[in-house]
Design a protein around this ligand. Sequence first.
Ligand SMILES: Cc1ncc(COP(=O)(O)O)c(C=O)c1O
Length: 490
Amino acid sequence: VKPDLFKYRLGAKPIYQRLRDQIANGDYALGQAIPSSRALARELGVSRTTVTVAYEQLAAEGYVSVRQGSRPVIAVSFADQETRIENPTPPKSWHQNMSRYGRKLADLGDLPQPSPERLLVNFRYGEVDFRNFPAGLWRKAITAAISQRFDVLAYGQPQGSLTLRRALQKYLWRARSINCHIGQIFVVSGSQQGLDILSRILLDPESKFIIENPCYGMARLAFATNGATPIPIEVDEFGMVTSELGDHDARLAYVTPSHQYPLGGVLPVERRLELLEWSTKQDAWIIEDDYDSEFRYDVKPLPPLWAVADNDRVIYVGTVSKTLSPRMRIGYVIVPDTLIRVFEAAKQLADRHSSMLEQDALAELIESGGYERHIRRQRRVNQKRRERLIEAMEAQFGQLVKIEGTQAGLHVVAWFNDLPASSEERLIDRARELGVGIYSVRPLCNPPLSQNGKDRIGLVMGYGSIDEALINKGVRLLKKAYLDTKSAIE
Ligand SMILES: Cc1ncc(COP(=O)(O)O)c(C=O)c1O
């Protein structure tokens, strides 16, 4: 039987329906031109009359306006409407068709997503102030990168742009005393890709890994979703309590020694040495996530573990997500010589290499001195924001709240002394009603902190994207939310 190819020909009705749905979804802006009937007919392989009929129907219903001789334009506005696309959980019966990894992902439920919610003051961690982005410098750097001449446009090296790796090697030595050769540097799509690749090349489903508790959830998920088992080690105000490492036999330990995420401690030298000793004794890797070390305020910077380790077991991870923008997706991983080939192959199989244009632009920005000038400027801006936040919290709450983790980074942790943990949701909801976004440390704790006597309300308060006046306002509103919560529970 000959297949009936005409069956697949589009008629006017499906074209009309598809366009109407796209317009109603907000995929087009008001006034935006859509393709001419001739162009769309050519693309879809249908007659011009078919498209014209569809367009006339859309015009009759007011979705588009058509004028003789020009392209139809969208006549309604749905573009501001928030469209939430539901991702249905695959039914259990599908599980047999997925890998163990796929099944783990299916069981995870929804990962935390950036919410489009607009609040008056949002203390969400991880955001950078758009007004501080060095747009002029970046435009210049992109222009320089795009003006390079090549014989052909070919794939690059999985490690990343040579010019960027050269620039990073020098920058990391100046900024972080890191002495490495460029073969050890890999440019990745944000630290997250680095963690994902490391999880795949270092962990088996039956492996164990050491993780801080509380910890950076995206790291824990990257390692655990492969099937490996986390061994949580408690964190106090100085970071991981390394005396608890004991004889745990784990394949790797993931740590944030420069500024523990989320509690903010700076790991003291003795604990760093203890951690390094543990890794030598257990023959385990250490993944050092140095995600926000550019921002440190009243402490002398401690060199990263990478710079002091005399073993070949430390892997260093850095990012431009805090210094420039989390939307850029540029991070870097420095691996010991022993891991170069494996990491290279894994990166090549993941995505061949990260986008070269942005890498060359970043190289230009670093080599011009603009990157470090920008960081110095941002450090001053963020230092002021941090002071404003601490002062405002002290003025509003005094002894009612204890602020920790202030020495570095772009967030602090506020522990509430006289609200029971059970009122946390009420406090967060009330703050949100008043236009203030606050976020609990609780989802980052596994097992829950109550097990070590810390069952209090703790908030991770990011200040990297809020100007000083708004910080004051946000804290005043938070105080109101606190008072309302208190009177509601009494
Ligand atoms: C501990 C930690 N590591 C890394 C990152 C940044 O990740 P990426 O480079 O993938 O944007 C963050 C961002 O919030 C973080 O908190």
